[in-house]
Design a protein around this ligand. Structure first.
Ligand code: DAH
Length: 349
């Protein structure tokens, strides 16, 4: 060996010191592998010096060999320490990235609910079903006969002007024939359908039904009118029923739907399909009265149109505005709020 053993020992000390410095500066596991092979690999200076050991004078060989081993173990353990440190950093970084913040507020799922008119409709059905009524329905496109004529409103009847009717042009509608079609202006035609069905199926009265549904008028929307709105019709046909039964039924309904504090009253009025007829008012918490619909004893001509003998059967009926009932119950100022779909309004009901 050309170098003296002193120089080798000195170089080994420097080599180990350089190695430790460099390894301390490495901050990536890939770079660490490269540095390790540079200092410890087959072509490293350390390996060269080890290969040169046989040229060292015999009396110094053990000292140099020991120094070689020392340098190697120092570097090796520095590599292992650094590997452990870098591994720990990597694990911590990964865990930090994956950490779940269980206190984080993600906001609630937003659930919709039924529209307030649908809720009211269903509650009304429930109240009447609880009073022993069944629920019936009929079409929104009606014929003139069901909507008017059978209800004691012949074609020239002046009371027809009470209903601003939307008529349909039947041209081109297959199977419609000559019948005048319209969008029903009230749920009263379901009375006719119910009585005819009862007669046709042979069962006949007694009849106790409610008929909720959508109705149409040629009206401009304002705070108290909508061109499309909802009514619930009630019809009882039996032997010897009276106006007192009607008033009692309406009062029982008022208490069941609004609670014990509110009450109802009847005011004489006129409807072609009832005689006598009345308007129904419901008391307000502030002491005023709000009109919710009409009622009366079913007119003999209406019973006759359905094939029922007015000497044998009598009936009473009413028709209430569902939207109006919802308006009262929820203190809504303007009926149009029900249909303008402002989520801030709908969410509250
Ligand atoms: N159909 C009437 C309307 O829409 C309301 C009505 C009045 C219904 C009297 C009835 C009744 O059943 O007996 O204005």
């Amino acid at each position: 060996m050309s170098e003296g053993h002193d120089e080798i020992l000195e170089e080994l000390v420097g080599l180990a010191a350089d190695g430790l410095d460099e390894l301390a500066a490495v901050d990536d596991l890939g770079d660490l592998g490269a540095a390790a092979s540079r200092f410890l690999g087959k072509h490293s200076r350390l390996s060269q010096l080890k290969a040169g050991l046989r040229d060292v004078a015999a009396e110094h060989r053990a000292t140099v060999g020991e120094a070689l081993n020392l340098a190697r173990t120092q570097i090796e353990s520095a590599v292992e320490d650094r590997r452990a440190e870098l591994g720990e950093v990597a694990t911590r970084t990964r865990l930090d990235a994956e950490r779940l913040d269980l206190t984080e507020e993600l906001g609630r799922d937003r659930h919709g609910h039924l529209h307030v008119i649908t809720q009211t409709w269903e509650q009304l059905e429930d109240v009447f079903v609880g009073m022993g009524f069944t629920v019936a329905d009929g079409p929104e496109v009606e014929t003139d006969w069901f909507n008017f004529e059978a209800l004691n409103l012949p074609p020239s009847h002046p009371a027809r002007s009470l209903w601003d009717t939307l008529y349909l042009d039947p041209d081109g509608l297959a199977g419609v024939g000559e019948e005048q079609l319209l969008l029903r202006t009230h749920t009263s035609p379901v009375q006719i359908r119910t009585m005819l069905d009862a007669v046709r199926t042979g069962g006949g009265p007694p009849i106790h039904v409610v008929c909720p549904g959508r109705v149409y008028r040629r009206d401009t929307a304002d705070a108290t009118h909508l061109p499309v709105f909802h009514q619930i019709e009630m019809l009882v046909v039996d032997r010897d029923v009276s106006m007192a039964d009607l008033a009692g039924t309406i009062e029982a309904f008022t208490k069941a739907y609004f609670g014990g504090d509110l009450t109802s009253r009847l005011r004489p009025s006129y409807f072609p399909f009832t005689e006598p007829s009345a308007e129904v008012d419901i008391s307000q918490p502030d002491g005023s009265w709000l009109e919710v619909g009409g009622c009366g004893m079913v007119h003999p001509n209406v019973l006759r149109a359905c094939g029922l003998d007015p000497e044998e059967w009598s009936g009473f009926a009413f028709g209430f505005g569902i939207d109006r009932l919802a308006k009262i119950r929820h203190g809504v100022e303007d009926l149009r709020d029900f249909v303008t779909n402002d989520i801030r309004f709908l969410e509250q009901l």
